[in-house]
Design a protein around this ligand. Structure first.
Ligand SMILES: NC(=O)C1=CN([C@@H]2O[C@H](COP(=O)(O)OP(=O)(O)OC[C@H]3O[C@@H](n4cnc5c(N)ncnc54)[C@H](OP(=O)(O)O)[C@@H]3O)[C@@H](O)[C@H]2O)C=CC1
Ligand SMILES: O=C(O)C1=N[C@H](C(=O)O)C[C@H](O)C1
Length: 273
């Protein structure tokens, strides 16, 4: 494969926990070529050296706009993988689309309103964009299993557990799972008694009509989600446990390949499998 045939990829958030794994995954992919690494630390240092895989001849820079402009000018169909922070992700996606760079977004914390606005923006630009709150195929299977179980159970709550460096709560995955259950059009969790919270938040956050999400943040965990169904005399727990961030990489690479053929925004890896 010639260098020209490779998919040019910019990684935004390259020096973070996810970004480092993504740099390694892209460097190992014969059909991809890293063309930019955006971070706030290790400025000017080679990103390959920073992540411990040897020189890649791509220095870390904090100027996303310049890198996007260069990627758009020097190559066809460039892709930006973004794993940064809820506070900047909306602007990063708009900038990428404006430069004709296709965003693959792992960053969580976008509101439904923001996703709807970005979908219109991507549509108008006829530019593919993928927002995947979770890149793990195992998580998608957990969500599909929850959808199947929901046909037979009227009571469900979601518990998500993450490391305590996570900025947003609930997790993007928990929100997406609750959204998928809500879209089934059935009503969950009919109240049997009048509840009173003696400590505010004790019953978790409520998504939509009445789906509870409980968020735990403790060191020692990468990411875990439990969807717990209840009925008379039985409970069913569907659980996914991410013990290492490498579990997200096959999904990231799949999205980088798939986004090239898209002309609009897709929200959720499940729509691409
Ligand atoms: N879709 C999925 O499958 C997954 C998604 N995620 C999501 O990815 C995102 C990143 O997670 P993670 O890698 O753990 O986080 P980290 O904090 O480890 O990394 C975030 C990166 O973004 C940079 N960053 C943060 N804030 C800013 C800012 N204001 N301006 C510019 N750069 C900034 C950080 O720079 P600095 O180091 O200087 O702070 C760092 O490089 C989160 O939203 C998380 O929920 C995580 C795992 C899987
Ligand atoms: O911050 C994380 O770590 C993760 N964030 C994503 C989310 O909010 O769902 C995906 C995964 O749970 C890891």
């Amino acid at each position: 494969m010639t260098n020209n045939a490779k998919i040019p990829v910019v990684v935004s958030g390259a020096t973070g926990k996810m970004g480092r794994e993504i740099i390694k995954a892209i460097a190992q992919s014969p059909d991809m070529s890293l063309v930019g690494a955006i971070g706030r630390q290790y400025l000017g240092e080679d990103i390959g050296e920073v992540v411990g895989i040897g020189e890649l001849e791509i220095p870390v820079t904090d100027n996303l706009e310049v890198v996007l402009a260069q990627a758009a000018q020097e190559s066809q169909l460039p892709v930006m993988v973004d794993v940064t922070h809820p506070s900047i992700i909306y602007d990063n996606i708009r900038s990428a689309i404006a430069y004709g760079v296709r965003p693959v977004v792992g960053t969580t914390g976008l509101s439904e309103q923001q996703i709807a606005e970005l979908a219109i923006f991507a549509d108008k630009a006829s530019t593919g964009c993928i927002i995947a709150p979770n890149f793990s195929v195992g998580v998608i299977l957990m969500q599909q299993a929850a959808i199947t179980a929901a046909k037979y159970f009227q009571h469900v709550e979601i518990i998500e557990l993450h490391h305590n460096q996570k900025a947003d709560a609930p997790s993007g995955t928990a929100i997406k799972t609750a959204q998928m259950l809500s879209e089934l059009g059935q009503s969950f969790n009919p109240p049997l008694v009048e509840e009173k919270e003696h400590l505010s938040g004790a019953r978790g956050a409520t998504y939509g009509e009445n789906i509870r999400i409980h968020s735990l943040r403790v060191p020692g965990i990468v990411a875990r989600q439990e969807v717990i169904f209840g009925a008379l005399g039985e409970t069913l727990k569907i659980e996914h446990n991410a013990s290492d961030r490498t579990c997200y990489m096959s999904g990231v690479l799949l999205c980088v390949r798939k986004v090239l053929a898209l002309k609009s925004l897709v929200y959720g890896l499940e729509k691409l499998l």
